[in-house]
Write a new protein. Structure first.
Lengths: 318, 241
């Protein structure tokens, strides 16, 4: 009981059936989830799934149609100003004033959010984000990657409990993508981070946990590894072999105990077995008996990509 | 209130850092100087120079000047996406609008203050009626505030600055020339009512002649409050789209 109470107080974001309708069209339906202190959570979904809508409700930009959420303990509906004070937000399109200097821009946001020593804090953040040497430049002269970092500086300047980033790696070059990902990873040490993405490998790399949302609903959530375990309907094994042409490999494989599907893939086959069946020894034995030579055998881990398509496919089938 | 001050300061900074506004200031001073010089020339022949000539000239010019000063204010924020960030900052929507309006009004006040140099010149060559000058300047200052508030309203409506400027010029022209409609109605009462709703109806026959009346000040203040109220609502509507 005590432990539960304690862990509840550690939730930095607690969404309670957040719902948003645009006219009759539902953009987010009954979203409930928690993000714990110091967690990095990815909001994953195809374009138009409701990621931005969810984020806009959490940041206090738009009120939910029904439901609410607590951000760092503050209700986003009843106590919006206090909640906004505790959130740093980077919208999808980095919002900048092209005619301001880098330092002036960050200082402006520091002041608006009531930072005590705005200038010193702005300098400290620019140092941290490695933009200090450009602090006197006009923003219009910054590259896109730098603007992205500047956007992060703006979101960080008041040292918020919660950082919310909307597609932080969109539209910048691969080198910068890697930098931003590292930065987000690093920020996760001091802040609670919620960020949206539709790039699955990205979520896999930097998140402790992902929420997969589709058509405004959460369709799956968990750590990337446990999601994989949960959703992977059985062991996948890839085998490559060399056989005499007159023997049908397919028949041999089909006779294996516990096998579900066989899929030819290039030189070899991907075999799916029922959950809990370890067929590796059987495969080797059966193939040898049939006079085939086993060239390769390895387990296939389901990528987040597969999980994603699987989950979304299921939603459509249901 | 603190947020109003911060937004205000940023806006004033923008006015003072952007070359475009220096161009406007230069054009503004050139035109008012020509008008003043013309009045001085006339005073040689058949009437004394008027200390209210620049404010009277501005009463029409503001129809075009105010939109130039306000078109950027909210249209740019909407286009650049910074409005979304402002709306998620821990400040109230009305503070954003008020800060921007006061910034524009302050810049206009600076411009107006520059024209008092003509009064100094006039004071050196003749003995102008300083009471009339004060009345006309107070009037045109309030008048300017009202036109800027209307300009701000149209800047909130669109993300295109040109459209914002065009719409606010059209609206101000209507507010300015509305009294002409009084000439085509038969009823004198109705004509008076229409005149009382127009911008010049509260300036040309009072402030411009040294008459400071509460009703005129209330008209401009009311226009400011109404325009800012609507602007705040428009800004707020971004949350519902």
């Amino acid at each position: 009981m005590l432990l539960r109470k304690w862990s509840a107080s550690l939730d930095m974001i607690e969404a309670r059936s957040l719902t948003k309708y645009y006219g009759p069209h539902p953009a987010a339906v009954d979203l409930s989830f928690e993000v714990g202190r110091g967690e990095v959570v990815g909001l994953l979904g195809p374009n138009g799934a409701g990621k931005t809508t969810t984020i806009r409700m959490l940041t206090g930009f738009m009120p939910p149609t029904s439901g609410t959420a607590l951000v760092a303990g503050c209700d986003i509906v009843a106590d919006s100003l206090a909640a906004r004070q505790r959130v740093g937000y980077l919208p999808e399109r980095v919002p900048v004033y092209p005619d301001m200097t880098v330092r002036g821009y960050v200082t402006f946001w520091a002041e608006l959010r009531g930072v005590r020593r705005p200038r010193a804090q702005a300098d400290a953040v620019l140092e941290r984000i490695q933009l200090a040497e450009r602090s006197r430049s006009l923003i219009r002269h910054l590259s896109k990657g730098m603007r992205q970092r500047l956007g992060l500086a703006q979101a960080l300047v008041h040292n918020p409990d919660v950082l919310i980033l909307d597609e932080p790696t969109i539209g910048i070059d691969p080198q910068q993508v890697i930098e931003v990902r590292q930065l987000v990873r690093e920020l996760g040490k001091d802040h609670t981070v919620l960020f949206s993405t539709h790039i699955l490998s990205e979520a896999e790399q930097i998140c402790d946990r992902v929420l997969i949302i589709h058509q405004g609903r959460i369709v799956a959530q968990g750590a990337p590894a446990s999601l994989r375990e949960q959703l992977q309907p059985g062991a996948h094994i890839y085998v490559a072999l060399a056989c005499d042409a007159n023997r049908s490999v397919h028949d041999v494989l089909a006779g294996l105990p516990g096998i579900e599907t066989i899929q030819q893939q290039g030189e070899g086959y991907t075999l799916r077995f029922q959950p809990g069946v370890d067929a590796r020894a059987d495969i080797a034995e059966a193939l040898l008996r049939a006079g085939c030579r086993l060239l390769e055998m390895r387990p296939v881990a389901m990528t987040l990509e597969d999980i994603f398509l699987d989950v979304i496919g299921k939603v459509h089938r249901d | 209130m603190r947020a109003v001050w911060i937004v205000f300061r940023r806006e004033v900074g923008q006015y003072l850092a952007t070359p475009f506004y220096y161009l406007i200031a230069a054009g503004f001073l050139l035109l008012t100087a020509l008008v003043f010089n013309n009045d001085l020339t006339i005073s040689i022949t058949y009437r004394p120079a008027s200390p209210a000539v620049v404010p009277a000239f501005l009463s029409f010019t503001l129809v075009f000047l105010a939109p130039l000063l306000t078109m950027r204010l909210l249209a740019e924020e909407t286009r650049e996406g910074t409005l979304e960030l402002l709306l998620t900052a821990p400040i109230r929507d009305v503070e954003i609008v008020a800060g921007k309006f006061l910034g524009a009004w302050f810049y206009y006040t600076l411009l107006l203050a520059l024209t008092t140099v003509y009064l100094l010149i006039l004071n050196a060559v003749t003995r102008p009626d300083l009471g009339l000058a004060a009345s006309a300047y107070i009037g045109i200052w309030l008048y300017g505030g009202a036109t800027l508030a209307v300009g701000l309203l149209f800047s909130a409506l669109t993300e295109n600055q040109i459209v914002a400027a065009f719409l606010s010029t059209a609206a101000l022209l209507l507010l300015y020339l509305g009294s002409l409609a009084g000439q085509i109605v038969a009823s004198v009462e109705l004509a008076r009512l229409i005149n009382m709703l127009t911008l010049q109806g509260h300036f040309n026959t009072s402030f411009a002649y040294g008459l400071v009346r509460a009703e005129d000040a209330v008209y401009y203040a009311g226009l400011i409050v109404i325009a800012l109220f609507i602007t705040t609502r428009i800004v707020e509507s971004h949350r519902w789209r």
